[in-house]
Design a binder for this molecule. Structure first.
Ligand SMILES: [Ca+2]
Ligand SMILES: [Ca+2]
Ligand SMILES: [Ca+2]
Length: 248
């Protein structure tokens, strides 16, 4: 009985992988990027009635930047130099990029007022690493375009799903991905970005989530960017701490 169930599972897996190969082949023929499916299970809750205010951000000031892996390693092994709130992922506010030698305050625009840990008026706009983590609200379902414009590289995740990345340095360019959302809700977002010390820096998070067929992405609105509520894991850790204290 168990063996036959396993056999059936293998057959289903084989059929699924055949379907995936067929899907990939179709996409390759069409010259399009395969749609990235975001599991409903990665949603951390329903969209609330209260508009979002932004994404919590961290800033590192490494001596230089490398590729994605090197930059992630630097961020993982060094305390962030500063924190801030990204009320809108559109840096600089005007135009697609700013001079790397311009102060971070001109790169961050009005979000510079939220920086804690460094003086953005005396910090250049590169080399630096920025990580934005929080929640992105999808109030509709379907297949949408989400894009990151960057000078230089980036890595974008929703939940545990890798959506898109550009692992290198480049002039400001958009990388678009097609994503599918089957359940409205708040989804964890993790946008990692770096700016090298060369020429210009810029970052934008855009999407095309409207009903019209035209490709007309806009900056993701502030109302869709949420600071995570104190987590259940944090509350459980607190309970554990209390329990530990009681045992003493
Ligand atoms: Ca801009
Ligand atoms: Ca650059
Ligand atoms: Ca559209």
């Amino acid at each position: 009985m168990i063996r036959s169930n396993l056999g059936a599972a293998h057959l289903r897996a084989a059929a699924l992988s055949t379907a995936i190969v067929a899907l990939a082949a179709t996409s390759a023929l069409a010259g399009t990027t395969p749609t990235v499916f975001i599991p409903a299970a990665s949603s951390v809750g329903p969209v609330t009635g209260t508009p979002g205010t932004g994404l919590p951000g961290q800033i590192w000031l490494p001596p230089s930047t490398g590729n994605l892996a090197a930059n992630l390693t630097y961020a993982a092994s060094n305390t962030a130099n500063a924190t801030f709130l990204a009320s809108s992922v559109d840096y600089p506010r005007a135009g697609q990029n700013s001079n790397v030698g311009d102060p971070l305050s001109s790169f961050l625009g009005n979000d510079a007022a939220s920086v804690v840990g460094i003086n953005p008026a005396t910090t250049p706009s590169g080399p630096l690493l920025i990580r934005l983590t929080g929640m992105l609200a999808f109030s509709v379902t379907g297949t949408f375009t989400i894009g990151v414009g960057s000078d230089d590289g980036f890595d974008l995740r929703l939940g545990d799903t890798n959506v898109s990345r550009f692992d290198g340095d480049r002039p400001f360019t958009y990388t678009y991905a097609s994503i599918n959302i089957t359940q409205p809700g708040l989804y964890p977002i993790d946008l990692f970005y770096w700016a090298n010390n060369s020429t210009f820096s810029g970052l934008e998070l855009v999407w095309d989530i409207d009903d019209n067929a035209a490709f007309d992405p806009i900056t993701v609105p502030t109302a869709n960017l949420y600071i995570p509520a104190p987590s259940a894991a944090g509350a459980l850790a607190l309970v554990g701490l209390v329990a530990t204290r009681r045992r003493r």
